[in-house]
Write a protein that binds this ligand. Structure first.
Ligand SMILES: Cc1ncc(COP(=O)(O)O)c(C=O)c1O
Length: 401
């Protein structure tokens, strides 16, 4: 058997034994091999009908009554509780709303304020130097506002850089470019040993692999919902504040929605207790309720099963690339070790921008990251092994042509 038929046959067997294969039916998909769910997740089939109801009945007919009767007011906490098991959090610790960027700001400033409650002159924020740019920009501003120095460094350098001066550390669970999975338990423990506060950005891990926020004692975390949680373009992000820290969490954006008595219209701010202390202003209800409908695809799905399939998909993709693509034409930036791999494969390729354009024309959608990276995201809920084999084959043909 040629290598193509052998790998295609294996893909068929793997798809036949895939316990998550039925979940694909819960999405609106076509013939395209969609490997960009780490940027924008595909549309869950339940969303259009739900939005029709939200717009026509809840908004169109019930109008203002929907804040109570349709549960609009409590949506940020309710949807936070729906996300909680996906990131290993008990209920009551996650609130949905605002963008990831805004939540990074709340979390980093909040972390510095928490760290200073125990005294000491903590005046440094450590940030992942390879971070998605928005986190770096916001950490820099947060540092200026709190009188801290910002130290960008590689995540592996963090343990050696921690000291009695460290207030907060902002890290990514999975690197957006390379797909490298960082050691959340180990780094969080090191941050705590130095008396500092750990903030994790879960954009590229939530919905793709177990996070274990409670288990590993993470202090604060943020994440978006439009990637592996399939909430839709610009769907609201979330903020996790560990239960025992909530009473001391001092948000730098205290809006009326996080007031203990929002309709008391008081001039003095008094923070609410619990996760809703992370709220700011009126929630973006349409996007939020699209996200709520999207999260139904997770009913009956265990994150552990998603992780097992994710690793099998990325292993198989790397194998197909090795078999099909001429040696030296691409180089994987994604770690080979499972313990260090998220749910994407990043391939360095000299003419990556042009190659990705041609792949998309041929029905294989990944994305290009400046200057030379082809990025392929594997969403186990709807990507199959046949998709993986086809993507690698089309990539090889594109590189040859
Ligand atoms: C790691 C990470 N943080 C933050 C963001 C974006 O933040 P926002 O939701 O505010 O656009 C992204 C977007 O891809 C990201 O990958």
């Amino acid at each position: 058997m040629s290598e193509v038929t052998e790998l295609a046959a294996r893909a068929g067997k793997l798809d036949a034994g895939d316990e998550l294969s039925a979940v694909r039916e819960k999405f609106v998909l076509d013939e395209v091999v969609y490997l960009d769910g780490n940027s924008l997740g595909a549309l869950p089939a339940a969303v259009p009908g739900r939005m029709d109801d939200v717009v026509r009945r809840q908004w169109g007919e019930l109008r203002i009554r929907s804040w109570d009767e349709s549960g609009w007011w409590t949506a940020p906490e309710r949807i936070g509780d729906r996300i909680a098991p996906l990131v290993g959090a008990a209920p009551g610790q996650i609130v949905v709303g605002d963008s990831t960027s805004v939540n990074v700001f709340k979390a980093v400033v909040g972390a510095v304020r928490l760290a200073r409650l125990t005294g000491g002159g903590r005046d440094e924020i450590l940030v992942d130097a390879t971070t998605f740019p928005t986190d770096g920009y916001i950490a820099e501003s947060a540092a200026r506002m709190t009188g801290c120095t910002l130290r960008p460094l590689e995540p592996a350098e963090v343990p050696g850089a921690l000291s009695g001066r460290t207030a907060a550390v902002l890290l990514n669970h999975v690197d957006y470019r390379t797909g490298r999975l960082h050691d959340l338990p180990g780094l969080t423990a090191a941050v705590h040993a130095a008396g500092a506060v750990a903030v994790w950005d879960l954009c590229h891990s939530a919905g793709a692999l177990p996070v274990g926020l409670d288990e590993h004692g993470v202090d604060l975390a943020v994440g978006c919902t439009y990637k592996y949680l399939n909430g839709g373009p610009g769907s609201p992000a979330y903020l996790y504040v560990r239960g025992d820290l909530q009473d001391r969490f001092d948000s730098p954006l205290p809006g009326w929605n996080s007031h203990a008595e929002p309709f008391g219209m008081r001039s003095a701010y008094e923070p609410a207790s619990g996760a809703l202390r992370g709220r700011v202003g009126t929630p973006d209800i349409l996007s939020m309720l699209a996200l709520e409908a999207a999260l139904e695809v997770w009913d009956g799905v265990a994150v552990e099963a998603v992780r097992a399939k994710s690793l099998a998909l990325t292993d198989f993709f790397l194998e197909c690339v090795r078999e099909y693509v001429p040696a030296g034409r691409v180089e994987s930036l994604t770690p080979a070790a499972h313990a260090e791999r998220g749910s994407q494969v990043a391939l360095r390729c000299e003419d990556a921008g042009d190659v990705m354009k041609r792949l998309i024309e041929r029905g294989v959608v990944g994305d290009f990251r400046h200057p030379d990276v082809l990025r392929f995201g594997f969403t186990p809920l709807y990507v199959g092994f046949g998709d993986v084999e086809r993507a690698a084959r089309v990539l090889a043909e594109t590189l040859a042509g």
